[in-house]
Design a protein around this ligand. Structure first.
Ligand SMILES: *[C@@H]1O[C@H](CO)[C@@H](O)[C@H](O)[C@H]1NC(C)=O
Ligand SMILES: *[C@@H]1O[C@H](CO)[C@@H](O)[C@H](O)[C@H]1NC(C)=O
Ligand SMILES: *[C@@H]1O[C@H](CO)[C@@H](O)[C@H](O)[C@H]1NC(C)=O
Length: 634
């Protein structure tokens, strides 16, 4: 198509006009003008936050040009916080981000108080409000506000402010920086004279509190709006922005940190690439229905991290910080790393516990594990449903270590016969995977048990009580105690040969490790001289040396009371007996159970905790000691 000169001029000017209009739209978008009219630009946030402009005149004079020039680049728009609603926000270094929290209207507050009562009932006794009793970083402020009328005073109430650091600046030169980035600071004011609390405001009219490991929790009783500033200190060695989630609430602290983690997470055992951790019992109830209900839950998530890696330093008390930085995560969403599996188990003490089974860890490495309870309980917290919005409670970190890279101790769990066995056993990478190893030990124990079962069938178990061998025990208890004893003696609990703990029994010292290495003569000599050298030169069960060939390892010996229980429970005619400490056959076969010393002997369900408690040692006087029974006699 050809255009006449006039037409092409028209076309050219049309195009130019269009470009001009486009340029105008780009420079002065209509919504820009609208925002200016509202006197309130929208905040810069990660998520799409529904931040309606709060009622009332609170924003008007507070950010005059004078204020701006003093605060300089720290000036940001004040962001209103909704009750109980976590708000994500980026805060650049050197900047104070202001927030304001308006007390909800009384009717709404009443409902909030009812909810608080409900939630308090769930709290452990002695915990007090939110996190103060649990060692959390909570500061309480109770400022007297002058010049308020009586009506308003009566409405005074507690406001809880808590925040978690989700992202933090990263070292500019990781090889030179050993510390963590500076912690954020929280400033709070209820004074009408200080509506922009921060490092440059009058200290007398505000409270200041440092975040600790990425978390802060603060409460204040007030009858007016609360002004909050989150300040990100400048750093020369770290670059990048902070991201924080802050929640104000009239109910309770939203983000909490608690020191009870040491007891709440227990190491069952580890091997060179994995570990098994469990929580404490999740119910005190013995009611099978209640236990079954607990078994259907999974109240905890877990984060784990190599201690040498510093990425989580500075956010160890922050749920979203751990979520973003931890190497290993056992969460219920897509953040879940494939290297940890969680489930419920009654293996340890026949009560429901949540377990975490790790694979793919580094050998001889130290890890920290951090348990988090997400606030899903109480379905009445309708707003808190997405990943971070549940009011998570972070527990104190616990530490665990993996075993050495000789790789001759391997964790086995989920055995079908010896179902209470979940610990490291003598192994050899050449023997096969952990399922094959578990099967080897389990099948052996089951085959020995089959012989016992035949003998038990010949005892008068079903006889009337006058003819029973004991009024206190019957064949059911005999079978159960035999199984507990048998699984513990046929499946040795393995520790690294390099572990020097006094309670450990060296085994198979003369044999090569799976990698072909052997112990040097100087290490071996003392064992060769011992009278009972067989106990050191071989495994307890020759089949282990023959089939698995683990090489030198150390054994956590079975607890002596397993044997005493067996002798007490089973008919004397079966001929069981136990060696006594110091007597023939005791050393190298059993160890006296002293729960106060921690895990120095092995029993079904044993874990590395002083308080986990096995069964009490039986009364010495009652025992009938026939003669030493080792495994080989069985
Ligand atoms: C294992 O060690 C390597 C090298 O030190 C390290 O890069 C890696 O993050 C570690 N992995 C775990 C899970 O600890
Ligand atoms: C272990 O090895 C056996 C074959 O020896 C295989 O069938 C099984 O799937 C393996 N299990 C795992 C967990 O890799
Ligand atoms: C054995 O005794 C226990 C209680 O001590 C009882 O519950 C169980 O039913 C008894 N078993 C048999 C087979 O009598």
């Amino acid at each position: 198509m050809h255009l006449s000169p006039l037409q092409s001029r028209l076309a050219a000017s049309l195009v130019a006009s269009c470009l001009l209009i486009l340029l105008y739209l780009v420079l002065f978008p209509p919504n820009f003008a609208l925002a200016a009219e509202l006197n309130e630009a929208l905040p810069v946030v990660f998520d799409d936050v529904d931040s309606a402009v709060p009622p009332g005149p609170i924003y008007e004079a507070e950010f005059s040009a004078f204020d701006r020039s003093i605060i300089g680049r720290a000036t940001r728009d004040v962001i209103p916080l909704d009750n109980d609603e976590p708000l994500p926000m980026n805060v650049d270094q050197g900047v104070t981000q202001p927030f304001v929290f308006l007390l909800p209207p009384v009717s709404e507050r009443k409902a909030g108080e009812d909810r608080l009562e409900l939630r308090r009932e769930h709290n452990a006794p002695g915990e007090g409000h939110a996190s103060a009793g649990a060692g959390a970083t909570e500061l309480e402020g109770d400022r007297e506000d002058g010049g308020l009328d009586v009506e308003k005073r009566q409405a005074g109430q507690k406001v809880y402010i808590s925040a978690n650091t989700c992202l933090q600046p990263q070292p500019i030169d990781p090889s030179k920086t050993t510390g963590a980035p500076p912690q954020l600071k929280l400033y709070v004011s209820t004074s009408p004279d200080n509506t922009a609390p921060g490092p440059l405001a009058d200290q007398a009219t505000q409270d200041m509190f440092d975040f600790k490991e990425g978390a802060v929790a603060y409460s204040i009783t007030t009858d007016r709006e609360v002004y909050i500033g989150i300040y990100a200190p400048d750093s020369e060695t770290f670059s990048g922005t902070y991201n924080v989630r802050i929640t104000a609430s009239t109910d309770s602290q939203y983000y909490t940190y608690s020191k009870r983690g040491v007891e709440d997470l227990i190491l069952v055992d580890s091997d060179s690439q994995g570990a098994l951790l469990i929580t404490q019992s999740l119910t005190d109830s013995k009611d099978p229905n209640e236990q079954a209900a607990v078994m259907r839950t999974q109240p905890y998530v877990l984060f784990a991290h190599n201690k040498k890696d510093r990425a989580i330093n500075g956010v160890k008390h922050s749920y979203c910080g751990l979520y973003n930085y931890a190497q290993i995560a056992a969460t219920k969403d897509e953040r879940q790393t494939g290297t940890v599996k969680t489930s419920m188990t009654k293996r340890h003490g026949d009560v429901p516990k949540q377990q975490f089974f790790f694979i793919g860890l580094n050998s001889s490495a130290e890890y920290i594990g951090i348990l988090v309870k997400d606030g899903e309980d109480g379905g009445n917290l309708g707003k808190r449903q997405t990943a971070f919005e549940r009011g998570p409670q972070v527990f104190e970190a616990m530490e665990f270590t993996t075993k050495s890279d000789h790789g001759n101790c391997a964790l086995v769990i989920d055995l079908s016969f010896c179902d209470k066995v979940a610990y490291s056993v003598p192994s050899n990478p050449n023997f096969g995977n952990s399922s094959r190893l578990a099967e080897f030990y389990d099948n052996y124990a089951a085959s020995v048990y089959a012989n016992f079962d035949k003998s038990l069938a010949q005892v008068a178990c079903e006889a009337p009580s006058s003819q029973l061998y004991s009024l206190a025990r019957n064949c059911t208890s005999c079978a159960a105690d035999y199984k507990d004893w048998l699984c513990s003696v046929t499946i040795p609990r393995c520790e690294d040969f390099s572990n020097t703990a006094e309670h450990l029994q060296p085994r198979a010292v003369g044999q090569p490790f799976p990698d072909g290495e052997t112990l040097d003569e100087a290490t071996l000599a003392p064992f060769r001289k011992r009278a009972n050298r067989a106990a050191f030169m071989n495994s307890r069960n020759p089949l282990i040396d023959e089939m698995i060939k683990p090489g030198p390892y150390k054994e956590v010996l079975p607890c002596d009371n397993l044997c005493y229980e067996l002798v007490r429970s089973c008919p004397a005619s079966m001929g069981f007996g136990c060696p006594l400490p110091g007597g023939v056959g005791f050393e190298g076969n059993y160890r006296v159970h002293k729960p106060s010393e921690g895990l120095t002997c092995n029993f079904p369900g044993a874990a590395h905790t002083p308080s986990a408690g096995g069964r009490a040692v039986v009364d010495w006087g009652v025992m009938v000691v026939v003669m030493a029974v080792g495994l080989l006699v069985v």
